[in-house]
Design a protein around this ligand. Structure first.
Ligand code: ASP
Length: 370
């Protein structure tokens, strides 16, 4: 690995912070990346043009090498890289962070390997109910949708709510009626079916019948798997504007009408001019602890670095509360944090050099695919 990639590698491995290093420049001037990063953080006004980049997640949880086959790992990594490339294509062309977030999330919604769009988990009644949100950090405009059953790409509808309605959040039939007026693609509910998710629900139902009190939502009692699988993206564009988005099927065996943190602004999704966050994990905890906003509030009011703020909320506040999961976050200087308190989180980053970097587990070695 090139020396200039070391901070990025550490950040991806540990899930802690890193700066969007000028990788293209650093590759010809080895070792300068770290220095430049520090200078920038102290003197943000000196940078003529902010660094830009994109960070994504594909869910956190118990992701171990035992329950992730090499074939599956390769497919997941390919999908994450495709998502990063889609977002990069927007940013490299001078596009907005909102467009990059939307493009990156669409790719993951269309993949059956993540719990969003195609591949969403089933609720207790065997139905897929999807939630999503998007937020523009600069204007604080936001759009959120919940309880969708027919919208192929919920992130598209969240964006329409933000841009084409006077509202922030729309749910269920009303949201889908609005989707029709906006030309958002609707599909038969069968589109969301995957055998794997269906079997996951059957195991959860069986376990619930046997031991009602032992059931944790999202937990697969057979494999011991606790994979959340929600997808999210946070981007900083060349104009220095941040955006965040999240899309999910929620949690396996959730009750009809249950809404998690992903579409709740300030809980699973949040962006302001200086900080943007997308979360994944046990949504009830993320709602009660207003995780995304708490991270950005610590940056804003306490003057904490993004890394410190994200780390304390995920690895202290949430751990003490018993809430499992993680976040991806960026600030307007291009710092990135991706802490998680579970054993793994599908995650990735791409900067202006166009090289996708993907990681899954907490341990090193295979954590970075490049
Ligand atoms: N946070 C999501 C929810 O509770 C689940 C996930 O992250 O996969 O709905």
């Amino acid at each position: 690995m090139h020396a200039s990639l070391a901070p990025l590698r550490r950040g991806l491995v540990t899930g802690t912070a890193l700066l969007l290093l000028p990788l293209g420049c650093a590759s010809t001037q080895a070792g300068r990346g770290g220095e430049e990063a520090l200078t920038t953080r102290k003197q943000p006004g000196l940078r003529a043009q902010p660094r830009w980049g994109l960070v994504i997640h594909g869910g956190a949880g118990v992701i171990s090498r035992e329950n992730l086959s090499p074939e599956r790992e390769a497919q997941v990594r390919a999908a994450l890289e495709a998502s990063l490339r889609a977002g990069h294509a927007v940013l490299v062309g001078g596009g907005t962070s909102l467009d990059a977030v939307t493009a990156a999330i669409r790719v993951l919604e269309d993949s059956p390997y993540f719990n969003a769009g195609k591949g969403a988990v089933f609720n207790h009644d065997g139905i897929n109910e999807l939630d999503a949100a998007i937020m523009d950090g600069t204007t604080r405009a936001a759009g959120a949708v919940a309880g969708l059953r027919h919208v192929k790409n919920p992130i598209e509808l969240a964006r329409k709510v933000m841009e084409k309605s006077p509202h922030v959040m729309m749910v269920g039939e009303g949201a889908e009626a609005f989707a029709k007026t906006q030309g958002v693609e609707l599909v038969d509910p069968k589109y969301f079916y995957t055998e794997e998710r269906w079997q996951g629900l059957q195991r959860a139902l069986e376990k619930e019948r046997q031991q009602p009190s032992s059931l944790r939502p999202g937990h697969d009692p057979v494999t011991g798997d606790h994979k959340f699988g929600t997808v999210g993206a946070v981007a900083l564009d060349a104009s220095g504007h941040l955006a965040a988005g999240t899309s999910t099927g929620g949690m396996t065996n959730k009750r009809f009408g249950r809404v998690g943190d992903s579409p709740i602004i300030g809980a699973g999704t949040y962006a302001d001019p200086g900080c943007a966050v997308s979360a994944t994990g046990h949504g009830e905890f993320f709602i009660r602890y207003t995780v995304a906003r708490d991270i950005c509030a610590r940056v804003e009011y306490q003057g904490k670095s993004l890394a410190e703020a994200a780390d304390v909320v995920i690895n202290d506040v949430l751990v003490k509360a018993g809430g499992e999961g993680g976040v991806i976050a960026m600030d307007a200087q291009g710092n990135v944090a991706m802490p998680f308190n579970s054993s793994g989180m599908y995650r990735g980053y791409i900067g202006d050099d166009g090289q996708p970097h993907v990681a899954i587990f907490a341990e090193p070695d295979t954590a970075v695919s490049k």
